[in-house]
Design a protein around this ligand. Structure first.
Ligand SMILES: [Zn+2]
Length: 307
């Protein structure tokens, strides 16, 4: 069982407020950290959340706008100050890479660790042993992306009593069966399917970045356990959401409902809303399970069967 926690590091749109910093969301999965966007001041939010600057980290940038990227250089610099040696992978558009490369050159700083740039494109961009990350075009600027972290299926539950009744002794042979390998007991072949329940689905977490809602994103986020979605505006600014290629909280909820997302977390609120409870109410008329993110809010995400 791998612990998965979402930590909101910055939940304001475009400009920071007294209580909200600029866009950044971290997913802690086991000992790994996946960071989605790096708004200005992200390294301070990192330190308040106690995320640590030396762990295995991957950064995914949704788009080049400053409120999502200006913190990147500072974060890398703080990691260097902490003596980081592990490489870091940054996924984004060519302009994100140019920002890091040119920023380092102009500011004249070196790093104590390698930065590996990976260009984001639509499709699977990362395939690890236990999960994949996919990207899809979002509807905001010319090179903007939404991301989705999806854990691979886990083996089914191991039925100890069944294994015992088939005469399989506890120990090495149990472990083989649990890992999907057949074993032999007194000349009798035992298959994993005889002692394992059906495969169990992993968790699926979607991160929209800035975007209009649309049908291709609905498809991309289908069946998300948690969907983190652009909720820049309330109903009062619905036309501005269209103009600026953002979403209202209600639109985020409509997309989440159509995608059958279990939990919707609203974020990226316009600084005009000192109180976002009206946005939460509007979205709540459409989808039953909604949270409005706040800076430093942490949400532990159970496996689908444990909700
Ligand atoms: Zn933004």
């Amino acid at each position: 069982m791998t612990h998965l926690r979402i930590v909101f590091l910055g939940t304001s749109a475009a400009t920071p407020t007294r209580s909200r910093g600029l866009s950044a969301t971290a997913i802690q999965r086991g000992d790994e950290l996946l960071l989605f966007d790096a708004g200005e001041g992200v390294q301070q939010a990192f330190s308040i959340a106690g995320l640590g600057l030396n762990r295995k980290t991957k950064v995914f940038i949704t788009h080049i706008h400053g409120d999502h990227t200006v913190g990147l250089l500072g974060l890398l610099q703080s990691m260097s100050m902490a003596g980081r040696e592990r490489p870091i992978d940054i996924y984004g558009s060519e302009r994100v890479w140019a920002l890091v490369r040119e920023g380092k050159r102009i500011l004249g700083f070196g790093l104590t660790f390698p930065v590996r740039f990976k260009k984001t494109r639509a499709g699977v961009i990362l395939d690890e042993d236990e999960y994949v990350v996919r990207a899809a075009r979002s509807e905001h600027e010319s090179d903007s992306y939404a991301y989705c972290l999806q854990e691979k299926d886990r083996p089914g539950e191991f039925h100890r009593e069944k294994a015992r009744s088939l005469g399989v002794p506890e120990g090495e042979l149990w472990s083989k069966l649990q890992h999907g390998q057949p074993v032999s007991v007194k000349g009798k072949r035992i298959l994993p399917s005889q002692v394992l329940g059906s495969k169990r689905r992993g968790r699926k977490i979607g991160v929209s970045g800035d975007t209009r809602p649309n049908t291709s994103l609905t498809k991309f986020f289908k069946g998300c356990d948690v969907l983190i979605f652009d909720s820049t505006y309330g109903d009062d600014q619905a036309s501005r959401a269209v103009e600026n290629l953002h979403s209202t909280a209600r639109e985020a909820a409509m997309l989440a409902r159509n995608a059958e997302a279990n939990l919707l977390i609203l974020t990226h609120f316009s600084a005009r809303y000192t109180d976002v409870s009206p946005l939460l109410l509007q979205a709540g008329e459409v989808h039953p399970r909604i949270i409005a993110a706040t800076d430093q809010m942490a949400v532990d995400i159970p496996y689908p069967e444990d909700w």
